[in-house]
Write a protein of this length. Structure first.
Length: 395
């Protein structure tokens, strides 16, 4: 089965497209990565997404317009994916752009992703799987993170490999707007959750102080010095101490959140010192969770792997306990890992198999994910007779 996977994360700067062919052989699912491409959002679209995110207010008209615009952008991305696939694919997975994840008292109550899938189906002529988080929330789960299903299979011990390959728990780390961690160990259920902010607050500070969408190559952090008092204040965030299952996003970690923490700090901090401190916050929170689970290897992906300051701090903090690698070492481009993960979730749903792990999301039962938008019927179906002229009821 050949699947086009799309992904736009909490940084809402581009759609990542990944094309993969899946083949099952007994208990092993083989994935052949066939290519990736990224379609950047233009400034107007980035601004439109930012405008509807918390703590801002919006209107139903703005939501409708954005849903349509995102659907058209995802349709362009899907068409690029089909082209990468050689002009033919079986389905598209388009999870949409998350604009709100409703969590109350630690429980996910609802979630909203925009990007009308009908535009994707109309553009590609393929069935489209969307709304992947809702099914898990409906059975008591967090609806996030969903990538652990991919991580659990990727990091599963291979019985044909020597024992050192299974020398302890291993973790998959995604450094997007939010840091997600999946822990895979042979003697316990898979654990996965949102650790806290990865790039979300760094991006907010880079935009504020340097009019930049992110800290390219970590140069702002490298020019600054960690402020220990501000770091201590940030590390006191209650979410960081909450036990999993848990999920979060920019409904908590946004520019207004940073304003509040800087105000509580009570004294001026140099802009690059703020960015250096936020980078250290990400490294410290991730490292603490890796240590808590006793992992021996961390396989990282996401935009944060391009930040050498962040990656260097993670390596330093893991010295002697765990080694840090990227998914590139396993044949999966770090920037496109989540798009490949959603392609896998599409394969699972197409085969009636659950894609959310209750041990990760806290759901009562494992859910088959997504809602299907059919593409146009195949040619012969369109040519079979004309439209009916009447309806009759037969008992």
């Amino acid at each position: 089965m050949l699947i086009v996977g799309l992904m736009s994360g909490t940084s809402y700067d581009a759609v990542d497209v990944a094309v993969a062919r899946f083949r099952r052989d007994g208990d092993t699912l083989w994935m052949s990565p066939l290519g990736t491409v990224g379609l950047p959002f233009d400034d107007a679209l980035r601004d439109a997404v930012a405008a509807v995110l918390p703590p801002g207010s919006t209107t139903i008209e703005a939501v409708c317009r954005l849903d349509t615009r995102l659907g058209q952008v995802f349709a362009d991305a899907a068409a690029a994916g089909v082209e990468l696939a050689g002009g033919a694919a079986d389905l598209v997975v388009s999870p949409g752009q998350t604009v709100f994840h409703w969590v109350a008292d630690g429980r996910a109550m609802g979630t909203l992703q925009l990007g009308a899938p009908s535009f994707v189906a109309a553009r590609t002529g393929l069935p489209v799987l969307s709304d992947l988080r809702g099914a898990d929330i409906a059975v008591g789960g967090q609806g996030a993170p969903l990538v652990p299903a991919f991580d659990a299979l990727l990091l599963a011990p291979d019985p044909d490999r020597p024992v050192p390959d299974r020398d302890g728990p291993r973790a998959a780390l995604n450094l997007g707007g939010i840091a997600n961690l999946t822990v895979v160990a042979p003697d316990r259920p898979v654990t996965g959750y949102d650790v806290g902010p990865a790039n979300a607050l760094i991006d907010a500070a880079a935009a504020r102080y340097h009019a930049a969408p992110y800290d390219r190559d970590g140069r702002f952090a490298a020019a600054g010095t960690v402020d220990p008092d501000l770091l201590a204040l940030l590390l006191a965030e209650p979410y960081l101490r909450r036990p999993p299952p848990k999920s979060t996003g920019k409904e908590l970690f946004h520019a207004g959140y940073l304003d509040d923490r800087l105000a509580a700090h009570g004294r001026a901090v140099r802009p690059d010192d703020v960015i250096a401190t936020l980078t250290e916050l990400t490294a410290r929170t991730v490292a603490a969770e890796c240590d808590r689970h006793g992992v021996t290897e961390v396989v990282a992906a996401g935009g944060g792997v391009r930040n050498p300051v962040l990656m260097s701090r993670l390596r330093d903090l893991g010295t002697g306990r765990w080694r840090l690698r990227t998914t590139d070492d396993r044949g999966i481009p770090a920037q496109a890992k989540e798009a490949y993960a959603f392609a896998l979730l599409g394969w699972l749903s197409a085969h009636g198999l659950p894609g959310a792990l209750p041990s990760v999301t806290g759901a009562r039962t494992a859910a088959v994910l997504g809602s299907w938008t059919p593409g146009p019927p195949p040619g012969p179906a369109r040519r079979t007779g004309g439209p009916p002229r009447r309806l009759r009821v037969q008992s």
